[in-house]
Design a protein around this ligand. Structure first.
Ligand code: BV8
Ligand code: ZN
Length: 272
């Protein structure tokens, strides 16, 4: 990280009046949550992306719930890392200085919320919410296992003998309907209001930070070229190049938890 690019970035950050941040699984990697495209992208013999789909749910809802139950169990003990906290501090400081700050995340782990992020757009839903297939109600659910039938299930070991779950063993709504994870699966549309909030956050932003994403999933990744078209400066924080690195004005290579605390620490405070 050459001193000049760091100083150029920090003076852009000080001058910025509107900032947007797009995060992906990499921002939670140092909290112990596996990313999709790393080794963690595999569960048993399945690519995570193949289980995060309506087709997988149609085929075997019990297997999909085993996958999500495993991720909930794993995420339960995870805490925000210094990268999440640095972003939450920047948001608070920016807001105090009268700036506009939007954090757009592809993650469903809830760690940005735990770190105190306020103006958060969760493009892909939440690991901690379930949605009823009958009445559509969305409820918080932090139960691990998701139902007693899933106790001890979900091992990622490819040798694990698959078991079928009956419909009765799946989580149910008070209306009697079966509940699914309240996340956006591949092939499912994102909520219009979330897309609109993200677009509003990127529209006219001076600076877009792109943190810990391979930027291959759309429409989320599309916010990077959109910001570029609107004249924003783009800064990427990642351990390796991504699909949008070529669009970036600043590229800081390393872990988000390592880099963000000092990179975003704007003492003295932001220009009023
Ligand atoms: C839709 C929730 C249409 C579930 C997820 C063009 C336009 C529109 C759609 C498409 C399109 N092209 C293709 C599509 C279809 C598809 C898509 O994008 N496919 C890709 C694979 C090509 N998109 C969709 O299906 C979307 N829906 O478009 O619907 C529609 C419209 C109307 C009506 C009907 C349909 C829905 C996409 C959402 C899918 N759901 N998550 C769940 O989590 O279980 S996506 C999921 O994967 C994540 O949320 C995330 O978005 C993505 C993973 O990406 P990353 O977060 O980037 O993670 P990854 O592992 O890839 O990378 C980690 C990065 O971190 C790496 O770069 C690594 O280097 C870095 N890193 C690692 N450690 C660190 C680090 N960085 C910093 N510090 C570290 N320590
Ligand atoms: Zn219901």
């Amino acid at each position: 990280m050459s001193a000049t690019s760091r100083e150029r970035f920090q003076s852009s950050l000080r001058r910025a009046r509107k900032i947007a941040v797009l995060t992906g699984a990499g921002v939670s990697a140092e909290s112990g949550i596996p990313t999709f495209r790393g080794a963690g992208g595999l569960w048993r013999r399945y690519q995570a992306t193949s289980l995060a789909s309506p087709e997988a749910w149609q085929r075997d809802p019990g297997l999909v719930w085993e996958f999500y139950n495993h991720r909930r169990e794993r995420a339960l003990g995870c805490r925000p890392n210094p990268g999440h906290h640095a972003l939450a501090r920047l948001e608070a400081r920016f807001r105090e200085a009268g700036g506009v700050f939007t954090l757009i995340t592809q993650n469903i782990d809830g760690l940005h919320e735990q770190a105190g992020a306020r103006d958060l757009v969760r493009l892909h839903g939440s690991l901690w919410q379930v949605r009823c297939l009958s009445c559509g109600s969305v409820t918080e659910n932090r139960g691990v296992p998701i139902t007693p039938a899933f106790a001890g299930s979900g091992s990622p070991d490819p040798e694990t003998r698959a078991r079928r779950f009956t419909a009765a063993e799946l989580p149910h709504c008070s209306c009697g309907g079966v509940q699914r994870p309240h996340v956006v699966w591949f092939g499912e549309a994102l909520k219009e209001s979330d897309l609109a909030a993200a677009a509003a956050g990127v529209d006219g932003c001076d600076l877009l930070l792109v943190v810990g994403t391979s930027a291959v999933v759309y429409p989320a990744a599309g916010f990077v070229p959109l910001a570029k078209r609107h004249g924003a400066l783009i800064a990427e924080i990642n351990v390796e190049p991504s699909a949008v690195t070529s669009l970036c004005d600043f590229v800081f290579t390393g872990g988000a938890g390592e880099i963000l605390p000092s990179l975003l620490d704007l003492a003295p405070a932001l220009a009023p």
